[in-house]
Each structure stands twice: as structure tokens, then as C-alpha cells.
Design a protein around this ligand. Structure first.
Ligand code: COA
Length: 395
């Protein structure tokens, strides 16, 4: 290496600023010792700010980074590690101790600066999805949301689990709807990825009982469900379901709140509520009898009858059924044309049509969620869900 290339390398290294300081602090604590005097006092204020910023991280940075942060934080606030080494089997505390101890006699100031820099590099770091997508909607982990040709498409994106709706997905759908309601698109379309439209509520939502107990879990789930369904009741623009395959549970009951439902002939519609000792939601207890009459609605909502796409269409739940081979092509061509219509005219017409029932729908939603909360706490329901997973584990 020549003198000039060495100088060039050195100046590039110096110009890397914050990255350099982080790497120095993390990898070369000994080197840092020699540069202590050149580092300016780091204000406590900046350090406090970094601590706050850390809370805004959307993604878990991983254990390695968390340990580095822990070590730097301890070094910055207490100085060199001064507590006894935990026993070998105390894995977590031993890892934390190692992270702190590895910083040697790094000064508090340098540790504080390294901590600030590491936090700032994490906060500005984007997820791989965000890096490649130009629009901010790629922040969703369980959905794919795209706005194109005046259409916002919200696609459930857990095909390996038949697009079962987890708590995270419930929250992401609400966020996507809020954004779609305000964006420039004319219509909003819901669909699923893979061979299913959606297999309904992810039954694991009921299996992970938190330490706060199942009453609290049922209460929280009921509050979330009510809020979730409210997002559909209040949605201001035409909402269209492109049912690309079988639909189960809440993905079916919500269809009464959609303005148009297009289905592939391969789709089926099933609400296995009594099989799971549950009860209807999504305002279906009010809208299904209104759409298809009590006699037909009861067969579905109480007795779990599975409808083919054609039967669902005959009962008025589905607008039109398409051959599976041409489904996507035909439906999207039609939707692109609809999306050329005047935006406000479509939105106001939808609001007029739905507005009459809005208050009633919110009341129904509240009652449905209240009953469901009781059902979730029943032994009947718990046993039915355990049965589902036991049957699966025996396969
Ligand atoms: N909740 C949790 N996991 C679900 C799910 C749900 N609602 N639906 C599907 N899955 C999971 C399966 O457990 C399976 O996971 P695994 O690969 O880790 O075993 C995976 O998705 C694929 O499903 P699988 O059952 O193997 O596919 P299938 O084609 O044989 O059956 C269904 C598909 C949807 C008929 C079946 O999974 C099912 O009955 N799911 C439950 C539907 C339900 O009751 N929903 C709640 C309504 S209130």
C-alpha cells in the first residue's frame, strides 16, 4: 500500500463520521482509549434523546445489536463493568455481562457517543422491503398494499397459512384501510395471495394466553374486533372483494360490508362458528338475513353450511362468479375501468347507500363482539379450538 493510498483510506475513514465512531466503539475499544481526549463531551441531553429514539424502532434489531446497546448503555452510565461475572448457566445475564465487560475501560463519553451513533444508525435503517419499494406502504409485514391505476389493492399475504388473520394482520388491515380511505385512489380492493382468499381468524390468537389471563385476552380481542369491523362500516370509498379462493369465518361475514364481491368459481364460503362454539361477527347477524332472507342466512351462520361461489351468488352475497382461468384478467380489467369514474361521485353514492344503516351497524357490531367475548371464555369454545390443533397434530 502506498503512502497516498494510505492517506486516502484514512481520510475516507474519517469522513465516515458516525459509522466510524460506532465501529470503533464496538470493535476497537482499545483504540478508542487513545482517542478519548479528541472526543468532545457528549451531552446528557443527546443521550436521553437517543434512549427515547430507541423506543420508536419498528423492527427488533436482533439480539447481537441489543447486547451491544446494553453494553454501551451500562458503560455510558456506570463506567467499566464492575459486577461479578454471572454463572455459566445464567445465559442471558452472562451474555449481557460479556457485552458490557468487552468494552474494557472505554470512557463514559465515548460509550455515550457510540450509543447515540448506534441508535441513530438503527433509526435511519430501513427494512429490506422498505429499501426496495419506492412507496411507504411496503411497511406491512402481513399485507401487500399497492396503489396503481386509481386502485388501492390490499392483499392478505400469508399464503402458507391460507391468509389466516393474526393480531398483527388485524392491526395492519386497519392501518391500510385508514390510509386507503384518505389516499387518491378511487376504489379499494381486498384480495388474498395464494390459493385461499382467507381462512378467517388465526386460531393461534386464542392459544397464546398472556400472563394477564384469558378474561383480559377475551376483552382485548373483543375491543380489537369491534374496532376492526368499525373500519369497514366507516370506510368512505367503494370497497371491493376479489375472492380468489375459499373464504372462511370473518372473511365471509365481512362481505356484507363490501360494495361489490367478485369470486372465482373455485371459491367457497364457510362460517364454521358453531363448529368452534363461537357466534357470527362482521355485522353478518344483521346483514346476511337482509341480503338473503332469514331461512338462507341461518343455514350459513348457525349450521355452518358451506356455499359454492354460485350458491353465494344466487343468495346475493356475491356479485358475480368468474371462471377460475380468466378470473384475475377479467376482474382487474373491469376494476380498472370502474376506477376511471369520478372519485367523489362514487364515494358520495356509497356513503348515501350505506349511510342509512351506519348507526344500526355499529350497534350490531357492539352486540356481536359482546357475545363473542362470552363465547371465547366458554369451555365449549376452548375445547373446539384445542380439538382443531390436536386433529392437525395427528395428521
Ligand atoms: N388459524 C390458524 N392456522 C391456520 C388457519 C387458521 N384459521 N387456517 C389455516 N391454518 C394453517 C394450518 O394450521 C396449516 O399450518 P401448518 O402448515 O403449520 O400445519 C396451514 O395453515 C395450512 O393449512 P392446512 O390445514 O394444512 O390446509 P388445508 O388445505 O388442509 O385446510 C383449511 C385449509 C382452511 C380448511 C383448514 O386449515 C382449516 O380448517 N382452518 C381453520 C379455519 C377456521 O376454523 N377458521 C376460523 C373461523 S372462525
Amino acid at each position: 500500500m502506498t503512502v497516498s493510498s494510505l492517506q486516502a483510506t484514512r481520510s475516507r475513514w474519517q469522513s465516515l463520521g458516525s459509522v466510524r465512531r460506532v465501529v470503533q466503539a464496538l470493535c476497537f475499544p482499545a483504540l478508542q482509549l487513545h482517542t478519548t481526549s479528541s472526543v468532545m463531551q457528549v451531552s446528557q441531553e443527546e443521550f436521553e434523546k437517543a434512549k427515547e429514539q430507541l423506543k420508536s424502532l419498528k423492527e427488533d434489531p436482533g439480539n447481537e445489536v441489543k447486547l451491544k446497546l446494553y453494553g454501551l448503555f451500562k458503560q455510558a452510565s456506570q463506567g467499566p463493568c464492575n459486577v461479578p461475572k454471572p454463572g455459566m448457566l445464567d445465559f442471558v445475564n452472562k451474555a449481557k455481562w460479556d457485552a458490557w465487560n468487552s468494552l474494557g475501560s472505554l470512557s463514559k463519553d465515548n460509550a455515550r457517543q457510540a450509543y447515540i451513533d448506534l441508535v441513530s444508525s438503527l433509526v435511519s435503517m430501513k427494512s429490506p422491503k422498505e429499501k426496495t419499494a419506492s412507496d411507504s406502504k411496503s411497511k406491512y409485514q402481513t399485507l401487500e398494499v399497492i396503489t396503481q391505476d386509481n386502485i388501492t389493492k390490499i392483499m392478505l399475504n400469508r399464503p402458507q397459512k391460507k391468509n389466516a388473520i393474526t393480531t398483527q394482520m388485524y392491526n395492519e388491515i386497519m392501518q391500510a384501510l385508514e390510509e386507503a380511505g384518505k389516499d387518491d385512489s378511487v376504489i379499494t380492493v381486498f384480495t388474498g395471495s395464494g390459493d385461499y382468499y382467507c381462512s378467517g381468524n388465526d386460531l393461534n390468537n386464542f392459544m397464546n394466553i398472556p400472563p394477564s389471563g384469558k378474561e383480559k385476552m377475551a376483552e382485548d380481542s373483543a375491543v380489537m374486533l369491534e374496532k376492526f369491523v368499525s373500519h369497514f362500516i366507516n370506510f368512505p370509498k367503494p370497497l371491493i372483494a376479489v375472492v380468489n379462493g375459499p373464504a372462511v369465518g370473518i372473511s365471509v361475514t365481512l362481505l356484507g360490508l363490501f360494495d361489490i364481491v367478485y369470486a372465482t368459481e373455485r371459491a367457497t364460503f364457510q362460517t364454521p362458528f358453531s363448529q368452534l362454539a363461537q357466534s357470527p361477527e362482521g355485522c353478518s347477524s344483521f346483514l346476511f338475513p337482509r341480503i338473503m332472507g332469514f331461512a338462507k342466512a341461518n343455514e350459513i351462520l348457525i349450521f355452518n353450511k358451506v356455499l359454492t361461489a354460485v350458491e353465494a351468488c344466487d343468495r346475493g352475497l356475491v356479485t358475480e362468479v368468474f371462471p377460475d382461468t380468466t378470473f384475475q384478467k377479467e376482474v382487474w380489467a373491469r376494476l380498472k375501468n370502474y376506477a376511471k369514474l369520478p372519485k367523489n361521485s362514487l364515494a358520495f353514492s356509497k356513503q348515501l347507500i350505506r349511510g342509512m344503516d351506519k348507526e344500526k351497524l355499529h350497534i350490531v357490531n357492539t352486540q356481536e363482539c359482546k357475545l363473542l367475548k362470552e363465547r371465547w371464555l366458554s369451555d365449549e369454545c376452548m375445547n373446539a379450538i384445542i380439538d382443531f390443533f390436536q386433529k392437525k397434530s395427528k395428521l
